[in-house]
Structures are given as C-alpha cells and as structure tokens.
Design a protein around this ligand. Structure first.
Ligand SMILES: CCCCCCCCC/C=C/C(=O)SCCNC(=O)CCNC(=O)[C@H](O)C(C)(C)COP(=O)(O)OP(=O)(O)OC[C@H]1O[C@@H](n2cnc3c(N)ncnc32)[C@H](O)[C@@H]1OP(=O)(O)O
Ligand SMILES: NC(=O)C1=CN([C@@H]2O[C@H](COP(=O)(O)OP(=O)(O)OC[C@H]3O[C@@H](n4cnc5c(N)ncnc54)[C@H](OP(=O)(O)O)[C@@H]3O)[C@@H](O)[C@H]2O)C=CC1
Length: 276
C-alpha cells in the first residue's frame, strides 16, 4: 500500500509503536505509518485482535500484548521494540476511551477508571519510552491522542477532564524532555467514524455528526495522515503543541442535546454496560 498524500519512504528507517494499534484509529495510523516506510509495533490487551491486524498490515508490522496502565507491561512493550529493531523513534499513545453517560451518573470508580486509562496509561507509556529508548538514544517523539471539543463534551465529562490533563502534561513534558531531544505533542481528535462508536446509542452517533460544522464524522485516514505528519521531522518542531483535527467541532456551541439525540422521553440515551 502507498500513502495517498506522503512520498514513498517518508518515514523509512523509523520504528514506531502504536498503542491500541489493532483497531480503529490506531490501526489506520499503523497502516499509514507502514505505507510511509516505518516499521510499526502495535499493542493492546487482546492477542487475537493484534495478531489478525498485524497479519493484514504486513511484514513490517509486529505486535506485543500488554496493558498500558501497568508499568511492567509498558516497559515490556518498549523492550520488545528495542529487541526487534534496536530503537524506538516514535510512540503513538492512542489507547484510551470512556463510556457515555451524564456527568452526574459518573461514579467515583468510573472517574478513576477513565483517568487511570487515559492519563495513567498515557504517562506510563511515555515514561517507559523516554527512560528506556528515547533518552538513551538522544531523541524521540511522543504523540498523545486526545479529544476535541476542548471546552468539554457532554456525556464524556470524565474523558474531557482526563484528556485536558494529558494536554497539560504534553506541554510540560515537551519542555522537560527537550534537552534530551525528545518532542511531545498531542493530536486532539474530534468525532471519527470508527467501529468503537457502535457502542454508543444510535441516536447519539447520528447526532454527533450534526455537531461537526464540516457536516460529517472524520474519516480514519484523515487522522492517520496527521499522525504520519507528526511522526515526520516537522513533528519535532511542533513539540508542545496540541493539533486539533475535528472539522471545526471545537467551534460548535449549539444546544445540548443536539437535534435528534434525545429519545421519546426527552432523555439522551446512555451507553449500555459491558457484560462479562
Ligand atoms: C455530540 C456528542 C457525541 C458523543 C459521541 C461521539 C463521541 C466521539 C468521541 C470519542 C470517541 C471515542 O473515544 S471512541 C473510543 C471508545 N473506546 C473505548 O472506550 C475503549 C476503552 N474503554 C474502556 O476500556 C472502558 O470504557 C473504561 C471504563 C475506560 C475502562 O474500563 P475498566 O475495565 O477499567 O473499567 P470497568 O471495570 O468496565 O468499569 C469501572 C467503573 O466505571 C463505571 N462504568 C464503566 N462503564 C460504565 C457505563 N457504561 N455506565 C456507567 N458506568 C460505567 C462504573 O463505575 C464501573 O464500576 P462498577 O460499577 O463497579 O462496574
Ligand atoms: N473515534 C473517535 O471519534 C475518537 C476517538 N478518540 C480516541 O482515539 C483512540 C482510539 O479510538 P478508536 O479507535 O475510536 O477506539 P477503539 O476502542 O477501537 O480503540 C481503543 C484501543 O485501545 C486499546 N486499549 C484500551 N485499553 C487499553 C489498555 N488498558 N492497554 C492497552 N490497550 C488498550 C484497545 O485494545 P484492547 O481492548 O485489545 O486493549 C483498542 O485497540 C482512543 O483513545 C479514543 O478515546 C478520541 C476522540 C474521538
């Protein structure tokens, strides 16, 4: 596969780890990075998902299973990159998520779960990559996937807060790690059409597109292009920045709920609990 917008070999020689790279945005990013010539290690918790994705993505893609919330797993993921390729140039901190409920329905345990994954997991991976691979090598790039709108997303208050924390840490780490040649930036994703959205109620998914001034959900390849751009030499100079890719969603201040999201009772449907 070749990239639709970048030159062949634009990222040749780079070794890139993508967390959550077996599905959705992470998988599309992995595909684009591979198309640009990088070697990619995808990770996540489910071995079968990773194995199938790596198989389809081709020989320059390998996988390692692990939970980004666990320091030992994060270290193992970084070490796998070093053992296989001798280096880790770029880490894409894409693993994350939340559930869709009103703010008042978020239990303390839920706040902690969302924070632990999105803030804890991101920082645990970034620290492992910095300590074990990038600082010793004298350089590297960390790309943190966050969330737009930045003024808060109703139904995702916990995630809005967690991603804001990641963006704050992005700016601080960019300054702290600059002397070691390590750049840190964030890619704030708006509403993208990925299979993960299937877990949200139908009316929520449909109404989500209506809150995007550009008039549609984002396409996974658009996000993947941004990740490839940030992995390029330009990304190093963007250190400390949050790049927003959202079709102007950050500038939509319409009513809540948006037209068509509430059900017959006038309530916004919430996300089903996972079973098992
Ligand atoms: C216009 C706008 C358009 C909005 C729609 C468009 C939005 C697009 C923008 C964003 C899109 C995306 O990010 S899409 C990506 C989506 N992908 C994901 O979310 C995948 C990753 N997510 C997860 O793993 C989970 O959601 C997460 C909770 C974060 C982590 O799971 P854990 O295993 O750590 O936690 P669990 O054990 O399941 O749950 C811990 C507690 O959390 C709470 N909890 C968990 N699920 C709950 C639920 N459905 N409802 C209530 N509460 C819940 C309970 O208190 C649980 O405790 P108990 O009560 O004791 O069980
Ligand atoms: N789709 C959208 O509109 C938007 C998405 N985002 C963010 O982009 C990222 C990708 O989203 P998307 O592709 O849509 O959703 P997915 O649910 O497909 O992606 C989440 C990925 O993260 C992995 N993951 C989750 N928890 C962990 C963990 N503890 N350790 C390691 N891996 C983990 C999952 O794999 P596994 O379960 O096997 O571990 C999965 O591959 C997420 O951070 C999401 O919140 C942000 C804004 C908008």
């Amino acid at each position: 596969m070749t990239s639709q917008i970048f030159a062949d070999g634009a990222l040749e020689g780079q070794v890139i780890a993508v967390t959550g790279g077996g599905t959705g945005l992470g998988r599309a990013a992995a595909a684009e990075l591979l198309a640009c010539g990088a070697s990619v290690v995808i990770c996540g918790r489910r071995e079968e998902v990773l194995a199938e994705a790596a198989d389809e993505l081709g020989p320059r893609c390998s996988w390692v299973a692990g939970d980004v919330r666990e320091a030992a797993d994060a270290e193992r993921i970084v070490d796998a990159c070093l053992e296989r390729h001798g280096r880790l140039d770029t880490l894409v901190n894409n693993a994350g998520g939340q559930y869709f409920v009103p703010a008042e329905a978020i239990a303390l345990k839920g706040w902690r779960a969302v924070t632990r994954l999105n803030v804890g997991g991101t920082l645990t991976m970034a620290t492992a990559a910095y300590d074990r691979a990038m600082r010793p090598a004298g350089g590297g790039m960390v790309i943190n996937v966050t969330l737009s709108p930045h003024h808060g997303l109703a139904g995702m208050t916990h995630s809005s807060a967690a991603r804001a924390a990641v963006e704050g840490a992005t700016r601080e780490l960019a300054a702290a790690w600059a002397p070691d040649g390590v750049a840190v930036c964030a890619a704030a994703a708006g509403h993208f059409d990925t299979p993960a959205l299937d877990k949200y109620p139908e009316s929520v998914r449909t109404a989500a597109a209506r809150t995007v001034p550009l008039g549609r959900l984002g396409r996974v390849e658009e996000h993947a292009w941004l990740i490839a751009l940030l992995a390029s030499p330009l990304g190093r100079r963007l250190s400390g920045s949050v790049v927003t890719l959202d079709g102007a969603r950050d500038n939509w201040f319409g009513p809540w709920p948006p037209a068509g999201m509430a059900d017959e009772s006038g309530e916004v449907p919430t996300e089903e609990r996972r079973r098992g």
